[in-house]
Design a protein around this ligand. Structure first.
Ligand code: KIV
Length: 267
């Protein structure tokens, strides 16, 4: 009988930081992808609100709804046996304040069976992080570049204000966050900040000095048209775009020239 793998928890992530064991995190949005990531040994599966861009084809993450987050997180959480499943709190529940944020995070946990939520924001969202953790819901923070602030920022850019970042990270750590995503931060800054924090940092475009790394599923697997450029911080470990196009073209050719289905595929 196969043994159920030991589940990764917020506490295990803290231990991984202490033992300098790098945390591997990736996004996923559906059941089969999450099954494969879990089998490959990914520690944390993030159901990111990046689903707005990579799944829905939108320009930003702002339109992703709570129901959409719950729908995708439920698919992923049902598939993952070992990984900690973290769901993004979509815009604008954290911005509305602690009461709305707690209600939305509780709904995500109840309906999707996620293990934790991720909330964008530092000092400004300290009260939200406190309220959600006090409600018994583990919170992963997200500092540095915060895509939910894209309208204010104007464009996705590297965040270099070390003092502001330090204040943001201290605020969410003090208020109960168990880990934090650091997005688009110069590597020397994230190395210093990571060393100062007790909670693990998980970087995306934040260099090798973080306690872990996260990449978006589609960027890591090259799952897009060849002319679409992945962000500078991503590395493509496969070229699914070409694999899919090639396979579908072969199928189309074989249907058109009568090679598919063969007798083997028929009853
Ligand atoms: O939404 C997302 O996928 C994220 C990652 C980029 C960290 O927040």
């Amino acid at each position: 009988m196969s043994e159920t793998p030991k589940r990764v928890t917020p506490v295990s992530l803290r231990k991984m930081k202490e033992s300098r064991s790098p945390i591997v995190m990736m996004t996923a949005y559906d059941f089969p992808s999450a099954e494969l990531l879990d089998r490959a040994g990914v520690d944390v599966i993030l159901v990111g609100d990046s689903l707005g861009t990579v799944i829905q084809g939108k320009k930003t993450t702002l339109s992703v709804t709570l129901d959409e987050m719950i729908y995708h997180t439920e698919l992923v959480a049902r598939a993952a046996k070992r990984a900690l499943v973290v769901a993004d709190l979509p815009f604008p529940y954290a911005q509305l304040g602690p009461a709305d944020a707690v209600r939305a995070c509780a709904e995500i946990l109840k309906q999707s069976n996620a293990g934790a939520v991720k909330i964008e924001g530092g000092e400004k969202r300290a009260d939200v992080v406190r309220a959600v953790t006090d409600a018994g819901i583990p919170v992963m923070g997200h500092c540095g570049l915060m895509p939910q602030e894209i309208r204010k920022l104007g464009c996705y850019k590297v965040q270099r204000d070390e003092d502001a970042l330090r204040r943001d990270l201290a605020a969410i750590q003090e208020n109960g966050a168990f880990a934090v995503v650091l997005e688009c931060v110069p590597r020397e800054i994230s190395r210093r900040l990571t060393a100062e924090l007790a909670i693990p940092t998980i970087g995306i475009g934040a260099g090798a000095g973080c306690d872990g790394q996260v990449l978006v599923f589609h960027d890591l697997l090259g799952y897009h048209l060849p002319e679409e450029k992945a962000p500078k911080h991503a590395r493509a470990y496969a070229d699914l775009g070409s694999v899919i196009t090639g396979a579908v073209q072969r199928y189309a050719d074989e249907v058109r020239n009568g090679q598919f289905p063969s007798d083997e595929n028929s009853f």
